[in-house]
Design a protein around this ligand. Structure first.
Ligand code: PRX
Length: 635
């Protein structure tokens, strides 16, 4: 849901209670922000000191080859040293790391000790399959503890994980495996979603027909339905974990701070998805600092990030940061409204959740069912709420604040991206809130809203969001494509050396940032980031389609929905049957989240003289808005 057209000057300001400020890690945002601006390297070094390192860094930041920044150069560490190993010799070993609840009611808990043992076992399994430091392992699973175990086991042995969200299918999986060059894939047989099985292993089988690179598939049994197991290629996770080789002791690989930790594919402006690369050292410092300060993590918290581990929110704030901080996290399988719209509120009550972090689309979806569902449950343990993925419309913000947070719980509206690794523009619990604004930059982060030339925009004027200085959690490159990294993020303001976020925004008189939405060909559907290119190429791979263009159209519930325009090959019949077939085709190729809500058959698409589709024109037309400057239109 775009912030466009929303007037920030409504006067709605929510001040934190004195108790909230007194209890917060950071009580004075301005002072800490200033300290970080005055000496950013000292600031980040101080944060890094709170973690364990095998060997301390020689240099906090090496910017000699910008924009290929290096952080904590010379430092030796492993994120697993901080997320698991260091807790094993303290009282934390007995603390719950994960509380898991399946959609079918199955429940499991893992202490830090137990989680570490499982990770060691699986690390040994991977090693016995020949996986070595620097190899990539693809993970495609539902939301079960095994996805966390698999990610940590990779990190432990220095392998680079590439997690593919379970909502993607055949071609999307094949493309990501090929790009990452994975020989080993970890998946589950299926996942439960709204009472049905998501056929993950079937999707893998079909993807592997297109991508023969994978030699070994490890399958976690979750749903227990009948699946194909290919002799010599596919192995059951539980069989491997009971072999003698799967001992519960494993060495944690000593990594350079700048060694890769994971690749996470995300959509960009053009072409195939980009493998965003993050590293062990800077990422652990950045994610743990941001989580600790923004969600104010304390030992007694029960923290619930209701995202999926397959997206960056899950990587940073379900898996790595909470474990580094020794927090207890809730992970659930399923959907917010199944079997009833009180699933979440039941979880909050049953586990005594203190912090809930989710997306505006989920809040809007739950809001539709009214106040009675949450009101039936005791939500009094909650103390902080969070939002991420797209601008939150003030109406949803206020409902979340009033009905879920009982007007006690501040809402942390966190703006960030796969590329940034962690929160960038976000409140801290001690900061005054304005519904719909992500408020101010995190300490150490320098942002601006600028025009084409790089001049700072006047208050409340639309501009481009840029980040002016490097930060430890930043992406290091696009996997295998450094040129794309430079072109995509660092070319718009090359002289100034600023990072282009790809969002438009405004800053109001108080310095509060209002993110409006993407300025490129990325569409946010229910907070999921999708690229027009991937959906269009799926459409044109269908025999009847000659050309296609997709756009995002604003939608009350999902933020945006996808609308597709198709030019057919001669002889094809533009009827409802074809629309149905095309939707089915996109579902198979890219995944259910990418299916267009509407498909329109056209004879022509507006293009520039160089042949680029002018989506801006299509978008304006679809919404009945003025189409703007058409001077570059070819025809
Ligand atoms: O457009 C912004 C939007 O999500 C984009 C990043 O998407 P992704 O890499 O999938 O990461 C999402 C989770 C971190 C941004 O460029 N976005 C994310 N959070 C917000 C947001 N827009 C407005 N407000 C937010 N809090």
């Amino acid at each position: 849901m775009s912030n466009d057209g929303f007037n920030p000057n409504t006067g709605d300001i929510y001040h934190p209670s004195p108790e909230t400020v007194a209890a917060a890690h950071i009580k004075d945002y301005e002072a800490v922000y200033q300290k970080a601006v005055d000496d950013p390297l000292a600031f980040w070094a101080e944060r890094a000191e709170t973690l364990s390192w095998y060997q301390k860094w020689d240099k906090v930041l090496d910017d000699s080859d910008a924009p290929f920044y290096k952080w904590f150069v010379g430092g030796k560490t492993n994120i697993v040293l901080n997320a698991l190993d260091r807790h094993q010799t303290t009282g934390r070993r007995n603390k719950l790391a994960i509380i898991w609840e399946g959609e079918d009611g199955e429940k499991r808990t893992l202490s830090y000790w137990r989680l570490s043992q499982e990770v060691c076992k699986f690390a040994n399994v991977l090693r016995s399959m020949g996986v070595q430091k620097g190899d990539t392992v693809t993970i495609y699973m539902g939301r079960t503890p095994e996805v966390v175990i698999a990610m940590l086991a990779c990190a432990k042995i220095g392998a680079v994980h590439s997690v593919i969200y379970g909502g993607f299918s055949e071609q999307a999986i094949a493309d990501r495996i090929d790009d990452a060059k994975s020989r080993v894939l970890v998946c589950s047989d299926g996942a439960w979603l709204r009472g049905k099985i998501v056929p993950l292993k079937e999707n893998v089988d079909k993807a592997l027909e297109r991508s023969p690179m994978v030699e070994h598939v490890i399958v976690v049994r979750r749903t227990g339905h009948e699946i194909n197991m290919e002799q010599g290629r596919d192995y059951w996770y539980h069989d491997l974990m009971s072999l003698p080789v799967a001992s519960n002791k494993a060495r944690t690989e000593v990594m350079d701070a700048e060694d890769p930790l994971f690749i996470l594919y995300t959509s960009g402006t053009t072409g195939k998805p980009k493998g965003i690369l993050h590293t062990h050292g800077g990422y652990q410092v950045y994610t743990s600092t941001t989580l600790e300060w923004v969600f104010d993590i304390k030992d007694e918290d029960r923290y619930w990030c209701a995202a999926d581990p397959g997206w960056i929110t899950g990587h940073s704030y379900i898996v790595y940061a909470p474990l580094i901080l020794g927090a207890t996290s809730i992970i659930y399988e399923g959907a917010p409204t199944y079997p009833y719209p009180n699933r979440w509120w039941k979880i909050v009550e049953e586990y005594g959740v203190t912090i809930l972090y989710t997306a505006p689309t989920a809040i809007r979806g739950l809001m539709r069912f009214g106040d009675a569902w949450p009101n039936r449950h005791d939500l009094s343990t909650l103390r902080l709420l969070g939002s991420v993925g797209e601008p939150i419309n003030p109406e949803a913000w206020k409902w979340y604040h009033r009905v879920i947070g009982k007007e006690r719980c501040p809402i942390m509206d966190t703006w960030w991206q796969t590329e940034t690794g962690g929160f960038m523009i976000t409140p801290l619990p001690s900061v005054a809130l304005k519904p719909g604004s992500a408020t101010r930059p995190f300490p150490g982060i320098v942002v601006d809203v600028v025009d084409e030339e790089g001049n700072t925009c006047a208050p409340n004027e639309d501009g481009k969001l840029v980040i002016k200085t490097p930060w430890p959690g930043m992406l290091r490159t696009v996997y295998g494509d450094p040129e794309r990294y430079k072109a995509q993020y660092w070319s718009a303001y090359k002289e100034q050396g600023w990072y282009l976020a790809g969002d438009s925004a405004r800053r109001d008189e108080d310095g509060y940032i209002w993110v409006i939405g993407r300025i490129d060909d990325v569409i946010k559907v229910s907070g999921y980031r999708l690229g027009t290119a991937e959906i269009e190429s799926a459409l044109v791979s269908y025999k009847d389609v000659a050309e296609a263009a997709v756009i995002g159209v604003p939608d009350e519930l999902r933020g945006n929905v996808i609308h597709a325009y198709c030019i057919l090959v001669s002889g094809a019949t533009p009827d409802d049957a074809l629309i149905k077939a095309l939707k089915e085709h996109v579902r198979h190729e890219v995944g259910p989240i990418a299916v267009p809500t509407s498909i329109e058959f056209v004879d022509k698409l507006p293009k520039t003289r160089s042949g680029k589709i002018m989506r801006r024109v299509l978008k304006a037309q679809a919404q009945g808005l003025p189409v703007g400057d058409l001077s570059t239109l070819e025809d």
